[in-house]
Design a protein around this ligand. Structure first.
Ligand SMILES: Nc1nc2c(ncn2[C@@H]2O[C@H](COP(=O)(O)OP(=O)(O)OP(=O)(O)O)[C@@H](O)[C@H]2O)c(=O)[nH]1
Ligand SMILES: [Mg+2]
Length: 466
């Protein structure tokens, strides 16, 4: 890998196709030299090599005197560039022909095509960012909602890396103390206070486990928060879905059992992406197809972050509570009870009874009319609140990456072993081994510990040009 880093690489950094402009990246030890050969423009008689970094120059790309395009050339000098190496970005017109011609010209002059993620990989190898930050670049580019974007930006700015770095620093202190003990093993001294170490490990374990838990939230933010709309037939589930989406997405009729299959669609609310799932009404039925639909409803309920249980406000309150309990949700799943069809009931009296009954279970109740679009804003508010609460309760750092999740779980298991070791008076050298293992897995996340295989896997998933 070392000698490949000596290569000068190039790639088109903008999406394939014709755009107004396209950007071509050229990076590496020969970048300025190669740019010099193909660019002629307003550099005030200076060679590109003599120009300062962080400057932009107007001019022409020429192939043997033939003008290919009028371009802007942005110049970055090592170490002040994205990759830490000399780098040139050519903004040309977006024609595919022009892009390909410039690329071929660069290659003929000594550059080679970059591999997927190679720019970001070099940034990592040159210490411009750690591994988790490099991975966040891919997440940032893929982010499709404000929430996913926020998580990726936080990670790029290093919040997560800092947290992991701190954990490792604390562990390192203890390792050195334990190793000091080993040097003095004749004298049988204990520099590393086992009680203090135990306390530290417990604290670290708690932090690791919070990060592990945040993985669920992280993925949910990336892919859309699943919200299942459930309830008895005819309660108004499909009407509610349509109101959220602002279109006639699902069939609505006064016939109970209209929806037999699940219907899904996504919307953004205050920067969060929600995935709404309308379901078949829950009831006993002999109809084979409806039965399959109801089984699917329970399947969707299992994976819901939030369940909107919609009832007809005319129903008795205790029946609503029975329905809540029949859903069989776990305590991590948030449930909101919606009293629908408020337009045709004595609203205050009904609400009071339902609130009293649901309050004991700690369930929020909102009276709505799906048909008339009344109090839908309150439902949206409840959805957003629920997501925000979840994120806040988890240190604000959200793990979205499966590789990080895996490493955190291994670190947790190692911390478990170390704690057991302390409990049973394990000798210092063995204890140090367990602690080293925790540090190893944490280090894998930020890239202090890497193998070519890990790096290969990560950057192969990038696009070329990143
Ligand atoms: N008055 C009134 N009628 C409503 C309201 N919401 C829904 N409805 C009516 O209730 C009936 C059933 O609505 P749907 O949205 O199809 O109910 P559903 O829960 O999807 O029913 P299934 O798919 O059969 O389980 C329709 O006739 C709707 O027009 C409301 O807020 N007020
Ligand atoms: Mg329906």
């Amino acid at each position: 890998m070392a000698n490949q880093k000596e290569d000068t690489i190039c790639a088109i950094a903008t999406p394939a196709g014709n755009g107004a402009i396209a950007v071509i990246r050229l990076n590496g030890p020969e970048a300025l030299l190669i740019a010099e050969k193909i660019f002629s423009g307003s550099t005030r008689g200076k060679k590109i090599k003599q120009l300062p970094g962080n400057t932009i120059h107007h001019g022409y790309i020429k192939d043997n005197g033939r003008v290919i395009d009028e371009v802007l050339l942005a110049l970055f000098r090592s170490p002040r560039s994205y990759t830490g190496e000399d780098m040139v970005e050519i903004s040309c017109h977006g024609s595919l022909y022009i892009q390909q011609s410039i690329l071929q010209l660069l290659i003929r002059n000594g550059a080679r095509m970059a591999r997927p993620g190679e720019f970001t990989q070099r940034a990592f190898l040159n210490g411009k960012m750690d591994l988790s930050q490099a991975e966040a670049v891919a997440d940032l580019i893929a982010s499709s909602s404000e929430a996913a974007h926020r998580v990726a930006i936080n990670q790029i700015r290093g919040g997560f890396s800092e947290e992991i770095g701190n954990l490792r620093k604390h562990l390192l202190k203890f390792i050195s103390l334990i190793e000091l003990e080993l040097d003095f093993s004749e004298e049988n001294v204990e520099f590393a206070d086992r009680q203090a170490l135990r306390k530290l490990l417990l604290g670290i374990q708690r932090q690791i486990s919070m990060l592990i838990q945040s993985f669920g939230t992280g993925n949910v933010l990336k892919d859309g928060i699943p919200v299942v709309i459930a309830g008895l037939p005819n309660a108004g589930k499909s009407t509610l879905l349509n109101v959220f989406l602002n279109e006639e997405r699902a069939i609505v009729s006064e016939m109970p059992g209209t929806t037999r299959d699940t219907v899904e669609d996504q919307i953004h609310i205050e920067g969060y992406l929600f995935r709404f799932i309308d379901t078949a009404g829950l009831r006993h039925t002999e109809d084979k197809i409806e039965m399959i639909g109801i089984r699917k409803t329970y399947e969707k309920l299992k994976h819901a972050s939030i369940v909107l249980l919609i009832t007809d406000a005319a129903e008795p309150a205790d029946e609503m509570i029975n329905q809540v309990q029949a859903l069989g949700l776990d305590n991590k799943q948030k449930i909101v009870l919606l009293l629908n069809k408020m337009d045709k009931t004595d609203a205050p009296a009904v609400m009071q009874k339902a609130r009293a009954a649901a309050g004991q279970l700690g369930i929020e109740v909102i009276g709505i009319s799906a048909k008339q679009g009344i109090h839908i804003d309150q439902v949206k508010r409840a959805l957003v609140n629920s997501v925000q609460q979840e994120i806040q309760s988890e240190t604000g750092i959200v793990v979205t990456n499966a590789r990080h999740y895996d490493a955190l779980q291994r670190a947790y298991a190692a911390s478990e072993r170390a704690l057991t070791g302390i409990g049973s008076g394990l000798p210092g050298d063995l204890l140090a081994q367990d602690i080293r293992e925790i540090m190893h897995y944490l280090g894998e996340i930020t890239g202090e510990i890497t193998t070519d295989e890990i790096l290969g896997n990560i950057f192969a998933n990038f696009c070329i040009g990143k």
